[in-house]
Write a protein that binds this ligand. Structure first.
Ligand SMILES: C[S@@+](CC[C@H](N)C(=O)[O-])C[C@H]1O[C@@H](n2cnc3c(N)ncnc32)[C@H](O)[C@@H]1O
Length: 206
């Protein structure tokens, strides 16, 4: 991993994704979470402030030591205990059905094999538990999608492997989960061209 991806990307990501309006979408993504929650791509801990009271613990999966260090103060302020249980969402060191729910925000775009990560979510979340997701990705507008395909290689280089062309709904469904709520469209608080701002906010049942 180069200096840019290791040191610059986590800081830029934190700055870009910590705004008030994005926070409102985070709150909505976290609505209904309770019990033990697995968070893949924990990053700098920006979801901690949005967890509902019923959450009793977070199992954080995060490969970036820089992101994890940046989350220190947020973890210290949080009433919810956070354990970093692993470094890779594609191979999670947790037993089957050991979590009540999973949370994934702006991460399916970056994990090299999102299908493997979602298979892991399905394995470690108990049947009937939920996956809450907030992701940017492939637009339904063919003109925007064309631009997303063009810009995808550049985005991957600049943003630490982030893709613009992933369809979060299709990925979640292909992992065998049932999407029960979904909103799509421009993510509030995301500034930039439509290729960067199209998003998915949803809940799926495992
Ligand atoms: C755009 S950041 C989003 C961080 C955080 N979820 C948020 O909403 O602010 C993408 C995150 O995915 C993490 N990530 C990359 N590869 C991963 C993997 N294989 N397993 C788990 N997380 C991964 C990155 O380290 C980074 O923290």
């Amino acid at each position: 991993m180069g200096w840019w991806t290791e040191h610059a990307v986590p800081r830029i990501t934190d700055l870009a994704l910590r705004g008030h309006e994005v926070g409102e979408s985070r709150s909505r993504a976290c609505e209904g979470l309770s019990g033990r929650v697995l968070e893949i791509g924990f990053g700098s801990g920006l979801n901690l402030a949005h967890l509902p009271d019923g959450v009793t613990g977070i199992g954080a999966v995060e490969p970036s030591d820089v992101g994890w260090s940046m989350s220190r103060e947020r973890r210290a302020r949080s009433a919810v205990p956070v354990d970093r249980i692993g470094l890779d969402g594609q191979a999670i060191d947790a037993s089957e059905a050991s979590y009540d729910a999973a949370l994934c925000t702006f991460t399916l775009c970056t994990i090299p094999d999102p299908r493997a990560a979602l298979a892991e979510v399905r394995r470690v979340v108990r049947p009937g538990g939920t996956l809450h997701f907030l992701e940017h990705g492939l637009s339904t507008d063919p003109g925007v999608a064309r631009w997303q395909r063009r810009l995808d290689p550049l985005q991957q280089r600049l943003a630490g492997g982030c893709h613009l062309t992933r369809d979060a709904r299709a990925l979640v469904e292909s992992a065998g989960m049932r999407v029960v709520t979904l909103e799509t469209g421009a993510i509030p608080g995301f500034t930039g061209p439509a290729a960067l701002t199209y998003g998915y906010l949803g809940v799926a049942v495992v």
